[in-house]
Design a binder for this molecule. Structure first.
Ligand code: MF3
Ligand code: CO
Length: 258
């Protein structure tokens, strides 16, 4: 069952989302060669506490950190480490979840470290655009798979990349993961009709090479099987009578999602 949220509940999720957005933006500014992923994680944990919220991922199914930091061919769920230093030319996905007063928000952005190649700039742009096209489908009366098809259409059919099949987005609200699964591929026009108050964490994961991923021996880090680079963008988005409401950024912000 997909739980629909009231206006008051959406406001709480937006509160969590604004804290998340603020911290994630600060983290973006910290991304430079020489910084360790543990530095980013410690900063996120401290700022979340200062803002009176709670990191949503820490201890979730035993996950050991506040952030997921996934570099280059790491797709998602990279564990921050004191020994992992960012290098010029890397790309890093910063994935962050926040809980405030029992309500959750979830978002991610992939950031360049210093100067990156045009090939990687394009990967980041197309992945972010695939999220934007998916968000555009978050409207009353559309079907769930319209979101999925929008990602696949942009990333695969129009731009020749691969969308990861083994991982997906999700409903979100009083839990970080709720029904339904929000796939990043599929035919449009399938699945439940979208209704006011539904909220989805939409998170395209896009690889330059094939779609296959495997999980490393740390039991968390998902990497591309062929070693090609991968990008990941995510927002928490509500269905409203006025169209999509991105809960993980300020309400007045317009234009591209990230
Ligand atoms: N944004 C990711 C997700 O929705 C992060 C979860 S990581 C975990 O699945 F550690 F919390 F599992
Ligand atoms: Co998520």
């Amino acid at each position: 069952m997909i739980v629909c949220k009231s206006q008051a509940e959406l406001e709480k999720m937006h509160h969590a989302g604004l804290i998340l957005w603020e911290v994630l933006n600060e983290l973006r500014g910290m991304v430079k060669p020489g910084v360790t992923t543990k530095d980013l994680d410690e900063y996120a944990e401290r700022r979340t506490a200062e803002l009176k919220a709670r990191p949503a991922f820490k201890n979730y199914r035993g996950y050991p950190a506040t952030l997921c930091t996934s570099i280059n061919s790491e797709v998602v769920h990279g564990i921050p480490s004191r020994s992992r230093r960012l290098e010029e030319g890397d790309i890093i996905s910063l994935d962050f979840g926040v809980e405030y007063d029992g309500y959750y928000a979830d978002a991610a952005v992939t950031v360049p470290v210093g100067r990156i190649t045009p090939e990687l700039q394009k990967l980041l742009q197309v992945t972010r655009e695939s999220l934007d096209q998916a968000i555009e489908k978050v409207r009353v009366g559309n079907r769930l798979s319209d979101i999925s098809a929008a990602v696949q259409n942009w990333a695969e059919r129009k731009n020749g990349y691969s969308v990861v099949r083994d991982l997906c987005g999700h409903g979100i609200g009083t839990h970080i993961h709720e029904e339904p699964n929000v796939l990043n591929y599929g035919e449009p026009g399938r699945g439940p009709r979208l209704q006011e108050g539904m909220v989805f964490a939409i998170e395209p994961m896009v690889n330059i090479g094939g779609p296959e991923v495997k999980v490393l021996d740390d039991d968390w880090t998902a990497v591309t099987t062929d070693g090609t680079k991968s990008a990941h963008f995510e927002h928490t988005v509500a269905v409203t009578a006025n169209g999509p409401w991105i809960l993980t950024r300020p309400r007045e912000m317009q234009g591209p999602s990230w």
